[in-house]
Design a protein around this ligand. Sequence first.
Ligand SMILES: *Cc1c(COP(=O)(O)O)cnc(C)c1O
Length: 388
Amino acid sequence: MSGRPLLNRRLDGLGTTIFAEMSALATATGAINLGQGFPDTDGPESVREAAVRALRDGRGNQYPPGPGIPELRQAIADHQRRFYDLSLDPDTEVLVTAGATEAIAAAMLALLEPGDEVIAFEPFYDSYAACIAMAGAKRVPLTLRAPSFRPDLDELRAKITPRTRLLLLNTPHNPTGMVLTAEEQSAIAALAVEHDLLVVTDEVYEHLVYEGTHRPIAALPGMRERTVSISSAGKTFSFTGWKVGWVMADSPLVSAVRTAKQYLTYVSAGPFQYAIAEALRLPDAYFDSFRADLRRKRDLLGDGLRAAGFEVYQPQGTYFITTDITPFGEKDAYAFCRALPERCGVVAIPNSVFYDDPDAGRSQVRFTFCKRDDVLDEAAGRLRHLAS
Ligand SMILES: *Cc1c(COP(=O)(O)O)cnc(C)c1O
């Protein structure tokens, strides 16, 4: 072989995701994994049974239709009307994907030219950086700073250049738990309209908002024709392994994203699509009690982390709490997280790896609270040994 590196330059530096690294550490040490955000309790039994029924009845066992099964596309459109009073044509304005992850990848690959600039909040969800890079585009971070993690909208305005093509939003925001306010969304929408930008918005935590309310930015004036909204069943229904996600937008945008999507996975998750079509029609009581349960878990873990000595940044949404380790006299979140399983049998994620600005998140550590109460209690108890 020549001396040329095997990994192409676009993927240089993307290495192994931090979640794989930390989950492997959890497995190797037997530590409690509050790193990767997946629930340790499955979603509703009725939804699981719906998947079993689909499998048994032979629905979805062969390639489903490219855009997704009609029942699910209709259920997605009905969900948007029910919760947000938005209307979507299920035939042309909805596309089912292999999780939100594929939706993000397909959107970036379809909508970006090499050299385009994409403004995204940092800390970013790690696939954003990779997908922007694979599209040959350039990420331009808008740093969310502790303690409030509110976006600085003057800074956003200043970062828009003639090369800016797209704003990649995420609300509720992973990892900080920040939820954009109506005023912030209006200001962002006004900038997008003024500069004729596309907006891709990742709203997978739409049903996990504890303070404020979630409102899709696509609903704002001038936004519909420029916004690609992305969501997923994984977080809302606690079936993260099923990988059922979707894209919602005007038909020209959906059509562009579908062009990329059809050559990534073509189709996915046949029988699970039938089950999620049923899940989206669950009564309000499901969504309300799911949110109430997670809010309670947020408070349970938050109290535990404060008692253990962390500085805790209260999240308004998602199932993550970002903390700061400075009170322990420590500054390097990555080193802290690598040592944490040995020190006290808990795995967490260093937010520092989700920033381009090495100082902004250096001492931030993220914990997930989408775990059983006894697991959260046990983890909090173990973390109390840190101070001693
Ligand atoms: C979990 C997560 C995703 C991925 O969703 P899947 O449906 O599992 O692909 C995307 N974005 C954010 C912010 C997430 O936290």
